[in-house]
Design a protein around this ligand. Structure first.
Ligand SMILES: NC(=O)c1ccc[n+]([C@@H]2O[C@H](COP(=O)([O-])OP(=O)(O)OC[C@H]3O[C@@H](n4cnc5c(N)ncnc54)[C@H](OP(=O)(O)O)[C@@H]3O)[C@@H](O)[C@H]2O)c1
Length: 351
């Protein structure tokens, strides 16, 4: 039984390495064409037009390109998926961390009625032996922290999609952009916990199997909430500096989305466009994209900056949103003669 579990553990570890590299390749495959298409060369125009066709949505998508498109309100699917998937990853990683990755000298194990069963503590010891260094235990808790921040982001985006934005019935997005969004909200939360996600899922399944055998049903659990939260309070300055940056972007994106949502009184006016004013709209044309970049920069800082996959995730967000912001800025300049000339595309005073 132990040897089988150990062998499964080893194969899970090699699957985790495979997952990590697949995500890296996927982010690079997303970033590279966007960077190349943005180079100032007329020979790259066909690539630029192709990517623009894929990324256009809402106001910058003309009705002539509605072929192969879906309603823009399908953005809701991204956030339903994002919330469900991030919640699964968060709960699994948090449970795993609390059981096998104590920070400092204290034991963080759950105080459950079932916690003292030999089978359960045996599984914990087996998994504990795999993350024996303090550095590895710390990193598990950093992943929990990053997933908590991500959860806050996707929950707010879900709320805004339902109650703040007034997507018109005619607003569309390309089917490729839609599939990209589905991929994005699967891969982005995964990128925050690649080093532990499979082993955490494996661990939770093992625990559930033993619990099922012992109780032939769902056991009653007593949760030690403080035991779950205390390790998070013990994280380092990187995590708190990153969380502060994340909160700054989060609040400004919230405000900018509220401004965009208030521009139309009702869906019937949904073909009406006006110049947004207030908050970061005074300095750039797409402040909600800028705020999203600050949010992901916060995640990178909170991660400690040592995980290349999270760097690539941020790289994709910057490349994707800067590309879309350039087209939005052009659209504003073309649409409104009195568009404020001091507004930059996305990065204040720079671009
Ligand atoms: N992480 C990523 O890679 C990623 C990718 C995509 C989006 N996002 C995030 O998702 C959020 C929403 O993105 P989005 O591209 O859907 O935003 P958007 O195109 O600016 O649209 C948001 C809503 O505001 C409306 N709107 C925009 N400008 C308006 C104006 N001047 N007057 C009246 N209404 C206006 C839009 O109407 P129309 O639909 O009619 O234009 C839409 O209903 C952003 O904060 C972005 O950061 C993230």
């Amino acid at each position: 039984m132990d040897i089988t579990r150990l062998a499964r553990g080893l194969s899970v570890e090699s699957m985790e390495i495979g997952l990590n590299w697949s995500l890296r390749v996927a982010w690079i495959a997303g970033i590279f064409p966007l960077l190349v298409a943005s180079l100032p060369s007329s020979r790259l125009n066909p690539l630029y037009e192709l990517l623009l066709g894929f990324s256009k949505r809402g106001k910058i998508m003309q009705s002539s390109s509605y072929k192969l498109s879906v309603p823009q309100r399908f953005f809701l699917h991204f956030y339903l998926l994002g919330v469900a998937w991030t919640t699964v990853l968060l709960l699994t990683t948090w449970y795993y961390a609390s059981q096998v990755a104590p920070l400092g000298s204290e034991s963080l194990s759950l105080s459950t009625a079932a916690g003292h069963l030999t089978g359960l503590s045996h599984i914990s010891s087996l998994y504990k032996s795999r993350i024996h260094t303090a550095d590895k235990r710390y990193k598990v808790w950093v992943s929990v922290f990053l997933l908590l921040l991500m959860e806050m982001q996707v929950l707010r985006r879900l709320y805004e999609t339902l109650y703040v934005f007034k997507y018109s019935n005619s607003a569309r997005m390309h089917i490729f952009g839609y599939l990209m969004g589905i991929f994005y909200y699967t891969a982005a939360p995964l990128s925050l916990c690649t080093s532990f996600v499979l082993v955490a899922l494996n661990f939770t399944l093992d625990k559930l199997a033993v619990l099922k055998l012992a109780y032939q049903g769902v056991p009653s659990m007593e949760f030690d909430w403080w035991g779950y939260l205390r390790p998070l309070a013990n994280l380092g300055w990187h995590q708190w500096a990153g969380a502060a940056l994340f909160a700054w972007g989060w609040v400004h994106q919230w405000r900018c989305h509220a401004i965009l949502g208030s521009l139309r009184k009702c869906r019937e006016q949904s073909d009406e466009y006006v110049i947004p004013r207030g908050d970061w709209f005074e300095i750039v044309s797409s402040p909600h994209y800028l705020a999203e970049i600050v949010v992901y920069l916060g995640l990178l800082v909170a991660s400690g900056g040592t995980d290349f996959t999270i760097w690539l995730l941020l790289g994709f967000v910057v490349a994707n949103l800067a590309f879309a912001a350039a087209e939005t800025h052009r659209w504003y300049l073309h649409k409104f003669e009195d568009y404020p000339s001091n507004r930059r595309v996305i990065f204040p005073f720079v671009y």
